[in-house]
Design a protein around this ligand. Sequence first.
Ligand code: MLT
Length: 388
Amino acid sequence: MTKIIFEVTEENLDTGLRGYPVGHCLTSRVDPMLGLYYYDKPIRDLAHLQPEEVIYFLMEGELKKGEGFESFCRELHKRAPVSKKVIDAILALPKEMHPMHLFVSSLVILGALEGTGDYPEDCLNIIAKAPEIVATIINHHGGWGKTPKSQPELGYMKNFAAMIRPPSIKDPKKLEEALRLFNILHYDHGGGNLSTFVGKAVASSLESMYGSLASAMCALNGPRHGRANQDCLVFLQEVLHAVGENATGDTVEELIRNRLLNKELVFGFGHAVLRVEDSRATIFYEAFEKLFPNHPYRKIANFLRERGPKVLKENPKIQNPYPNVDAVSGAFLAASGFDYPYYFTLLFGLSRIVGIARQIVYERCEAREGKGVPIYRPKYIYAPHIPK
Ligand code: MLT
């Protein structure tokens, strides 16, 4: 293996480990110019597949649909039922909690009542059970009534779509398709995105899969990470409200300029690693055009996509002025009828636990010839005063 030497200097401290290699990631990588790959496949080549196919790919590293795949699907179906005790405990949680905090609590409850203590087992179990858990949280939080019986044999996201009961869905087939795509595009994003990193760090203490994922979901819930998809839709709605449905690119550009002048945030641009438009965002823009061409959110999302980089590029300090996945993922979901920004991060979490759980299995059971990665313990430089 090639040895890569990275020199750490004073300027690299207090920068959130930005860009520093700390380990291996088997399942995915983020190329600054080409975007997301699951193994060797650009995400675009996988975006048409069914969730089970992509989950199997992330678990096993192969795409072939033979007996291996069939028995994997049977395993997922067998493991899907969630006990009544867990569901009742979730339904007893206060509805005032943010849906992501309900998810964090549900993961801890599930771990306490159904955890096996074996990372690979719990990896498959949580992936299998997550759709029913998340549907229960949404119906409970939204006051949308009793969750219908889970039918995993319908398909991973078809089952989920059949279990959630938002009052405003006009075209269930389009909702199903929007959820499928959203789910697949968010499974994994390299080893260093914050929620994945946190999940692996917590698991390195030998905390259970469920506790590690609960910590990871707290990390995902922050507005700089997964909560950004909720904030981006709220931003887009504000823009639409301000410029109206007959807006032109120029009025949107003016709004962006004014916000920046007033030191207000413009949401949905930039990324720690990417230096071009996020490949997941590109796929969402295309699907938006195909599925919901006349929705007013599409027009605004497109104006923001076109004018945001134009304005942001004028500031030489901005390294990446292009849209990230959150710029459009929420608007796309909302156009499908699921216009509930409050649940967007939860849907991100439903998806991301797949990649995190698989990466935890690697670090706990496969890395270093099966010995596993030791407990995370980076070095901090003692500084009695705030360094200049
Ligand atoms: C993600 O999908 O995790 C986000 O784009 C953030 C990241 O990659 O750091």
